[in-house]
Design a protein around this ligand. Structure first.
Ligand code: SF4
Ligand code: SF4
Length: 402
């Protein structure tokens, strides 16, 4: 398949330079620099596409500083598909001017994340470091580890798990296991499977699936991302629904039309677990807990809110679990996790994490829900020990399982 990634001249021309996206951009909010804004990045992409500017290290830095949070896309009146354009621009840059750090990043997300044994080995190493209590000795750039310190990390996989089918299933669901999601968030997968079974679905996690490819696409590893998408199109063939409990992954599955033949079918059948379960609650096919258990803060992952425009669903799930959802940020600014961003842009990731924690602390609740693994890790890394961070489906599963 020939990839149809941008930025095309039509896409670039769609930007009318109105600037409405600027206040929604986290990197512009931090720096105040036009070149760290969506409009500035689009101007740079256009200049390189026209041949007016070299695709040099400065250009690489401009692209790399973007979180790919897609808040600009949600704010844009001209419907500029910024996320797809940034993925394309990074892929072209990787072809034209590969840097050593870029090669390492693409090797990591394009190949190594797909090696379950290697991820299990890494997970075992993290588990050992946790047990020895020496997390704080790790280098500053490995802030990720701070978030892992407060969660149970051990080698685990949902791949190949086929839950018993109800006598007359309401439908079949393929659960995307994911890469780090599969290894580091087994409780979220268990909650997802448990809730969907209560609603009468047969839930499988097909053996032949791969990582969705979102991180590879974000890092410009277009060939790897396309190969993963092609594998998943085949693995998920025949299922009524494809469900992901990681917002970054469900957003990417919904973009599969750009990545693989047959991708449109995957996109049409994909549901983020929050929207799927909220609909089932609304239809009365899943229970609501009527008592009031207190307040829960709702963090909106960028790839749920900005990329998929899912806002009400996590709040509806929190309400159905018997809690009162509390908003923390009307702009839903990125928390700074953004895949590998927290590793290669630690200062900006740290600043955004600090701002998010201030908002959570000001809101009051000690329990926070977030529907994306990277955000959960980032929030755990920055919140104090008195806070609990869960996926909304975990909160709901714990509430109805009691
Ligand atoms: S809001 Fe859209 S059209 Fe306006 S500057 Fe931003 S990307 Fe361009
Ligand atoms: S994706 Fe996010 S960080 Fe990048 S330009 Fe858009 S709003 Fe700014």
């Amino acid at each position: 398949m020939k990839l149809s990634l941008g930025p095309s001249s039509e896409q670039l021309d769609a930007c009318v330079t109105c600037g409405l996206c600027l206040p929604h951009c986290p990197t512009f909010r931090i720096t105040g620099d036009e070149i760290a804004s969506p409009r500035g990045r689009l101007t740079a992409m256009g200049a390189v596409a026209d041949g007016r500017v070299e695709a040099d290290d400065t250009y690489a830095g401009i692209l790399s500083y973007c979180l790919q949070c897609r808040a600009c896309e949600a704010a844009c009146p001209s419907l500029v598909p910024f996320g797809q354009m940034m993925e394309g621009a990074r892929a072209r840059l990787a072809e034209r001017r590969p840097t050593t750090s870029g090669r390492i990043r693409r090797l990591l997300v394009g190949r190594l994340l797909n090696m379950k044994w290697l991820l299990a080995l890494l997970t075992s190493g993290v588990a050992l470091i946790q047990r020895l209590g020496v997390m704080r000795l790790l280098p500053r750039r490995m802030r990720l580890a701070r978030g892992l310190r407060r969660q149970r990390v051990f080698p685990h996989s949902a791949v190949g798990v086929h839950d018993l089918s109800p006598a007359v299933p309401a439908g079949t669901v393929a659960l995307l296991a994911g890469c780090v999601m599969d290894q580091w968030f087994p409780d979220v997968h268990d909650a997802t499977r448990g809730v969907l079974q209560i609603a009468g679905y047969q839930v499988d996690s097909p053996e032949t699936q791969r990582c969705c490819g979102a991180l590879a696409a974000h890092e410009g590893a277009a060939g790897n991302a396309a190969a993963m998408a092609a594998r998943n199109v085949a693995a998920f063939d025949g299922y009524d629904y494809i469900v992901s409990d990681a917002a970054g992954c469900s957003a990417h599955l919904k973009d599969y039309a750009h990545w693989a033949d047959g991708g449109e079918s995957v996109a049409a059948r994909t549901r983020d677990i929050t929207e799927f379960v909220a609909e089932l609650i609304e239809e009365g096919r899943l229970p609501r807990i009527s008592r009031n258990r207190g307040d829960v803060a709702v963090h909106d992952p960028c790839h749920l809110r900005h990329a998929q425009r899912i806002i009400d669903a996590p709040r509806a799930i929190v309400r159905a679990a018997g809690y009162n959802p509390v908003d923390i940020d009307p702009d839903a600014l990125c928390c700074g996790a953004a895949g590998l961003y927290m590793v290669y842009e630690p200062d900006t990731a740290e600043e955004l994490g600090r701002r998010k924690v201030e908002q959570i602390t000001a809101a009051g609740p000690k329990t926070v829900v977030s529907a994306n693994p990277g955000c959960e890790i980032q929030l755990r890394a920055h919140l104090g020990r008195g806070f609990k961070v869960l996926h909304p489906i975990e909160l709901y599963w714990q509430a109805i399982d009691r």
